[in-house]
Write a protein that binds this ligand. Sequence first.
Ligand code: G4P
Length: 533
Amino acid sequence: MFTINYEHRVKTRRTFAIISHPDAGKTTVTEKMLFLGKVIHMAGTVKAKGSSKYARSDWMEIEKRRGISVTTSVMQFSYKDCIINLLDTPGHEDFSEDTYRILTAVDFCIMIIDAAKGVEERTRKLIEVTRLKKTPIITFINKLDRYCKNYISLLDEIESDLNIKCIPINWPIGSGTSFYGIYNLKNKKIHTYLKKKKSEQSQNNLSDSIKIFNLFSLKKIYEKNYAEEIYEELQLIENVYDKHNSAEFLKSISTPVFFGTALGNFGIDYMLDYVVKYAPSPSSRKTNLRIVNPKESFVTGFVFKIQANMDLRHRDRIAFLRIVSGIFHKGMKLKNIRTGKIFVLSDAVYFIAGERRIVNSAYPGDVIGIHNHGTINIGDTFTEGENFSFIEIPLFAPEIFKKVLLKNPLKKKQLVKGLIELSEEGTIQVFRKMDSNTIFLGAIGSLQFEVVLDRLRIEYKVDIAYNDVNIAVIRWIKCKSKKKLKDFINKYSQHLAFDFKKNLVYIATNAANLKITSDLNKEHISFSSTINF
Ligand code: G4P
């Protein structure tokens, strides 16, 4: 099974997600990428008039804008000689733990920064998550056709705020209404931005206009004084920033920086060219027994997301399995290592142009959807038989907490069952306090609470309400010494709870409390914001 063709297919896969703060331009960049991948056929249209409210999924947002169906969580398209898998990271109000976990299932990320706003809060959080696995980051500075911060200050901000070195691959000339284009620091060519009518923007890619950079040619394009100013600035930039170093990029020490305007369809193709040339192909992954290399011929994979918006009454779910190694074929039998159950996968689906299609074959880096009725959990490993489990599929410490109020006390059993199942799917995290047995829920995005409320009502026939609870932060506790752990439990039992997998967590009412406790106990107890599924 191990052929040159197979190796080539692995080498030309690119699996990534986009990181951004709401409104920085993720949907617009995605749309332009789909256009460049020939998945959609006209770039440059904008949101339908009057649709000021965002849909729950950014894919749905595109769908609404474009009148096409792309609702899914993974998009596959080809660009140059690569197959690209773009994993949607729920944003806006459907921001959730899924958003974080998806970042651990990809091989690299593209970070979009709004040039007027710089590094924003959501971006900061998402970048923290990528740090867990030192995921390589490519940066796209967007909206250059509007007012922008000073570009050097912007890169300084990224460097200091996100602790990553910026390596500009190109440099913008002007901004806002005077945005003239970008200068390629490597081949020293200028690509001129041509403001076009929206209907023409599909042609506005970088191959449009390439001008060799020297003062003479600049003077032909710009007024004499401005040409000199640009010339000096670009020479300065060449000396200020380090040259691209692909090893540093792959270790996430540095981030290549691209500039452009997604709305103007300018600069995205250049970044995708970089993706094809330098971004990592599917990587090896750790299991509890050994490291699995994507070139291995046996099929292995792990589940990182479960989508339950199919037919709720039948617990119809799609589990998203990332293939780590081997070629998956339709009808293949794969074993869920956690349960030992064999799945005959004749109706696994993949997503193209918004449609679900039956998978005939899939390669490392690809994501396939497996239908199930609640028998697959997040973190499950599938193999052709070898017994091991992928270990780096994390659970993240929730950031919002609520106490559950059961409206009909006779429904306690259904409530517990529902909460256990929903937590195994990754919809919510459930905790039980050690001293009082009180159940409380934790989530990363507030929409998760609404989803749980709805699903408990529809699928488990349980009505609940929520009460606020005085918890600001939880951390998973680890301790090597049984005696020290016992002492800790005795001392802090009012601050302890179990998660749904019976892991011990410390509950703090504020960050200061957490700091004091962790400082006091740091010799023996570790406080972690993630734990593996
Ligand atoms: P998001 O998914 O990250 O939330 O951002 P999205 O792409 O939806 O973009 C947010 C807003 O920014 C949209 O405007 C979009 O048109 C605009 N935008 C995206 N890229 C650019 C760019 O390069 N230049 C400019 N000037 N704007 C850009 P909106 O106000 O929400 O809607 P609309 O009235 O433009 O449709």
